[in-house]
Design a protein around this ligand. Structure first.
Ligand code: MD3
Ligand code: FE
Length: 209
């Protein structure tokens, strides 16, 4: 992994490792994702208000983030197939250990697919049981403009996330407001059919005891 680059935004605790994954690792990771999609296909969730997300989603791991008329939550099964989510690719767990580490490994990996025109509005991630645990995110494929600002609101910072970049949200950044303004379509040829894949690892459930 490349040397850590602490990006200066208005949010402390946002850590970015540009080009952390080399081309081969990126290609292997895309293959690992594609191999799991038969078991856990992409689908388009709806907001609690009934609007479809422009981003297509699936999940890996014991828990998956879903949204529908009933609200946002984590659940163990795919909303359309009723099956358990596929396992988290081991390389992602190794990446977690090598970057944020800590006492608990992630139990949820949200897979976001951005095809033409997809974006994600500013929001906070707060559906997880332990909001003290970090979040780790891997970007693959087309580059995107990411926006992040303090939890309480105020000035946001835009920065480009490119294929192979890894970022962690720790401490005060964990509740930061963030979103994807736009994807630079055609900037990468990594994803079959084009677009951007984002893999986000989270500790979502209660700690077992
Ligand atoms: C900052 N995904 O799925 S990843 C999401 O690129 C989400 O698909 C975006 O936001 C994407 O919820 C951004 C980077 C990211 C992930 C989690 C965060 C940034 C974050 C949690 C807290 C603060
Ligand atoms: Fe988010």
């Amino acid at each position: 992994m490349s040397a850590i680059l602490e990006v200066k935004t208005t949010v402390e605790g946002f850590r970015l490792w540009p080009a952390a994954l080399d081309a081969q690792t990126q290609a292997d990771l895309v293959d690992a994702v594609l191999a799991r999609l038969g078991e856990g296909p992409f689908y388009r969730p709806q907001t609690p208000g009934g609007r479809p997300f422009s981003v297509k989603m699936s999940n890996f791991g014991p828990l998956g983030w879903v949204s529908d008329r009933g609200g946002y939550r984590y659940q163990a099964t795919h909303p359309q197939t009723g099956r358990a989510w596929p396992d988290i690719p081991p390389v992602l767990l190794a990446l977690w250990d090598a970057t944020v580490g800590g006492p608990r490994r992630p139990d949820a990996c949200l897979v976001n697919l951005y095809r033409q025109g997809a974006k994600m509005g500013l929001h906070q991630d707060k559906d997880e049981a332990d909001l003290g645990a970090p979040v780790l995110s891997v970007s693959l494929g087309d580059a995107a403009m990411f926006r992040i600002g303090p939890a309480q609101g105020g000035r946001t910072t835009g920065l480009k996330l490119e294929s192979g970049d890894v970022c962690a949200l720790t401490g005060p950044a964990r509740l930061a407001r963030h979103g994807i303004d736009r994807v630079m379509e055609g900037s990468s040829r990594l994803i079959p059919g084009g677009g951007r894949l984002n893999l986000t690892l989270r500790v979502a459930g209660l700690s077992p005891r």
